[in-house]
Design a protein around this ligand. Structure first.
Ligand SMILES: Nc1ncnc2c1ncn2[C@@H]1O[C@H](COP(=O)(O)OP(=O)(O)OP(=O)(O)O)[C@@H](O)[C@H]1O
Ligand SMILES: [Mg+2]
Length: 308
């Protein structure tokens, strides 16, 4: 069953289009990955879901259906009931999201209901759940007194406080060293497995993506160019861009950060990957942007070579 359906979502400012007709579905209890190099539109896509786009960027068209409700048509008051409560967000840098003048306890208790004692008990429970040692002592700490990994755990605890059904994790481990990265990923995976928490996981790190996601959508210049179960994508990528990525990944082995493969592109009205594609043929020049073509029930690719 689907929890979130993004349908033909386009985002942009008055002058430029940034995210272009992106569609994907997140099923209940699933970890869906959005993979893409810097600037491909991962963050804006995720922010549009909870309608927290930066000033100047708008939803141009498309639908975002969450539990049967189209969020694109929702007013601010109803959105507040969705944000944090139904859909929580964790970001790369927990320090910027935490309030420096409030203790960990105060920040968690702020989003909980009930009397003081109940909220404290629940806060300790949440900190235990995210694996923070000495939770009772940590409640009295300020964010700057914690390590980066501990802060991310606190952020995850706050995001879980209202028992959301979808967690959006935008590069949650990029700022952490490898050991902490693995611990946080294990935590997210166990929350998914034990509580059935659905997760939209965003990263440009191929190794991290392969480890955590079940299905992956690849973004390139604002277009979803391929979608597949994670192992299919890594073993038999279909889109020429995805093939290049996986080639670089297998050469450099795990932990590969995506290299920007689009440094010197020329704008063309057709396929977004045309300038760099090593498999382009005459028809790619003649045609416009390829549609996202369903190759099998589980695989989709935006490339003219798969046109039937
Ligand atoms: N406030 C804004 N106004 C106009 N354009 C923006 C704004 N924020 C981002 N963009 C543009 O939108 C595109 C997508 O940005 P986005 O932040 O979604 O990328 P990303 O895939 O998350 O990249 P990264 O991996 O670096 O986080 C970029 O080209 C960026 O320049
Ligand atoms: Mg981003």
């Amino acid at each position: 069953m689907s929890l979130l359906k993004v349908e033909n979502l386009s985002l942009g400012s008055d002058r430029i289009s940034i995210v272009k007709e992106v569609s994907f579905v997140i099923h209940r209890g699933e970890i869906y990955g959005l993979l893409g190099e810097s600037g491909s539109g991962k963050t804006l896509t995720s922010l549009s879901i909870i309608r927290l786009l930066p000033p100047g960027v708008h939803i141009l068209s498309g639908k975002i259906i969450f539990k049967e409700i189209d969020l694109t048509g929702l007013d601010e008051e109803n959105l507040r009931n969705i944000r944090g409560k139904e859909i929580a967000l964790i970001l790369q840098d927990p320090l910027s999201a935490l309030n420096p003048v409030l203790t960990v306890g105060e920040q968690i208790e702020e989003v909980l209901s009930g009397n003081k004692a109940e909220r404290k008990r629940r806060a300790i429970e949440l900190l235990k759940e995210v694996g923070l040692p000495d939770p009772e002592m940590r409640l009295r700490n300020y964010p700057h007194e914690l390590s980066g990994g501990m802060r991310q755990r606190v952020m995850i605890a706050i995001s879980l406080a209202r028992d959301p059904s979808l967690l959006i994790a935008d590069e949650p481990t990029t700022a952490l060293d490898l050991t902490l990265q693995i611990q946080i990923m294990k935590l997210l995976l166990s929350l998914n497995q034990k509580k059935g928490l659905s997760i939209l996981f965003i990263t440009h790190d191929l190794g991290v993506m392969r480890w955590i996601a079940r299905r992956v959508g690849v973004l390139y210049k604002g277009f979803l160019i391929e979608e597949a179960p994670v192992e299919d994508l890594f073993k038999t990528p279909l889109h020429p861009y995805a093939k290049e990525l996986m080639k670089a990944y297998s050469i450099e082995d795990s932990g590969t950060e995506m290299r920007a493969l689009n440094l010197k592109t020329q704008e063309h009205q057709g396929c977004p990957y045309l300038a760099l594609c090593s498999e382009k043929t005459e028809k790619c020049y003649k045609k416009g942007v390829p549609p996202l073509i369903a190759i099998s029930p589980k695989r989709k690719v935006r490339c003219w070579h798969y046109e039937k």
